[in-house]
Design a protein around this ligand. Structure first.
Ligand code: ASP
Ligand code: MG
Length: 385
């Protein structure tokens, strides 16, 4: 089998961790697999590089920021290759430029265009463990790009797709995807299997355990992801299709904090879309109310900025902030009574619902942020007790 193992920042922070990871990779190779390993920067390094950049420039250019941010991954890759060689196995590290891993030129949020597989496959055939920097790419001109925070997961899946890997193992500091955030809900349970669509929905609605784009890619190329811990090495959560079809309708609960709602009257939708695009605002949910009144749910920081812009051009926006969105995810959730039941529970517990949205895999409620933990606890108790 060809296995891609991806190690997150905390898994490769410090020499002791690197040595443990090196041993694990060799163990997996000795089970008869060809090994490609994708690494993140050592934990905390990317944040600290961003801070350093801000100390010398309040608004650094995307190109220079990517030139800086990409170095963390290169440190992990080289150190891990050395650590593996020390244990007597052959290893070779590559960065994006060496592999010609091409992206577009959207700095800080680049999209992967192409990954040539020859060099990787050739080294695998020569019995090397191939270590690749996550998160980074190069554009057509050879400028360094990065894929956006958390983007190494997406690198791993894209590389897996390029070389036709049999599975992607993503190692992190938690041992799987949980039915709710285990930091908030103490009896949250580890989910053993979740479908691609459900995981995409969990990530989109706030679960931070995987980069959303990585799951979209894995779904497109039908490569299973096994998300697991690099500390306990236990079985984690499998993200793939087919295992959850007949099981319960509800998979998990996700939430997003620090949201705000803006209501405005505008001539038409085009006008709103133009304003949103000009101000680079990503909308979480959207509703058209009566008399060309529009309601949008966006990040609070974006809302404060957008509110000022709208006032300046003579609109009278109405802003409500300190909102959260709590979402219950599960395939076919709309075809049973769950949304109805959850709405009733919120009402019974005096939790005001700002808005509800539904799609095939989730039902979401916008509520006041200070009621979030309460709503999370009662939902979890009702659905997973
Ligand atoms: N090092 C990058 C980050 O911290 C990419 C990653 O870890 O996935 O966002
Ligand atoms: Mg991550």
């Amino acid at each position: 089998m060809i296995v891609v193992q991806k190690f997150g920042g905390t898994s490769v922070k410090g020499s002791q961790r690197l040595q443990e990871v090196a041993k694990w990779i060799i163990k997996t190779k000795n089970e008869g697999n060809k090994m490609v390993v994708v690494v993140s920067a050592p934990g905390g390094m990317t944040d600290s590089l961003i801070e350093q950049a801000k100390e010398v420039n309040t608004n650094p250019k995307g190109r220079e920021l990517d030139m800086l941010l990409s170095v963390g991954e290169q440190i992990s890759a080289a150190l891990l290759a050395m650590g593996i060689e020390e244990l007597g196995e052959k290893a070779i590290s590559f960065n994006a430029a060496q592999l010609q891993l091409k992206t577009n030129d959207e700095y800080n949020n680049a999209k992967i265009l192409n990954i040539p597989s020859e060099k990787i496959l050739e080294n695998l055939n020569n019995d090397y463990i191939v270590i690749i920097t996550g998160f980074q790419g190069i554009d057509e001109e050879g400028n360094v790009t990065t894929l956006g925070r958390g983007g190494s997961d997406t690198s791993a899946v894209a590389i897996g797709a390029a070389i036709n890997a049999d599975k992607i193992e993503i190692y992190t500091d938690v041992d799987g995807v949980y039915t709710s955030d285990p930091k908030i809900i103490k009896d949250a349970k580890k989910i053993e299997n979740i479908s691609f669509d459900e995981m995409i929905e969990m990530a989109d609605k706030g679960s931070k355990v995987l980069h959303c784009r990585s799951v979209e890619l894995a779904s497109k190329y039908r490569i299973p992801i096994h998300l697991r811990s690099a500390f306990t090495w236990e079985e984690g959560t499998w993200i793939e299709n087919g295992k959850t079809m007949e099981s319960s309708d509800v998979r998990g609960i996700s939430h997003l904090n620090n949201l705000a709602n803006i209501k405005i009257n505008l001539k038409n939708m085009d006008e709103l879309v133009n304003h949103l695009e000009e101000n680079h605002i990503n909308v979480k949910s959207f509703q058209q109310l009566e008399n060309s009144e529009f309601s949008i749910l966006i990040k609070k920081e974006d809302a404060l900025r957008f509110y000022k812009v709208l006032k300046k051009i003579g609109c009278s926006p109405k802003l409500t902030d300190n909102l959260s969105m709590i979402s219950v995810v599960g395939m076919g959730i709309t075809s049973n009574n769950i949304p109805k039941k959850l709405t009733k529970i919120l009402n019974l517990n005096d939790i005001n619902i700002n808005s509800i949205s539904l799609n095939e895999t989730s039902v979401s409620y916008v509520i006041s942020q200070h009621k979030l933990n309460n709503a999370n606890a009662i939902f979890h108790c009702e659905l997973f007790k």
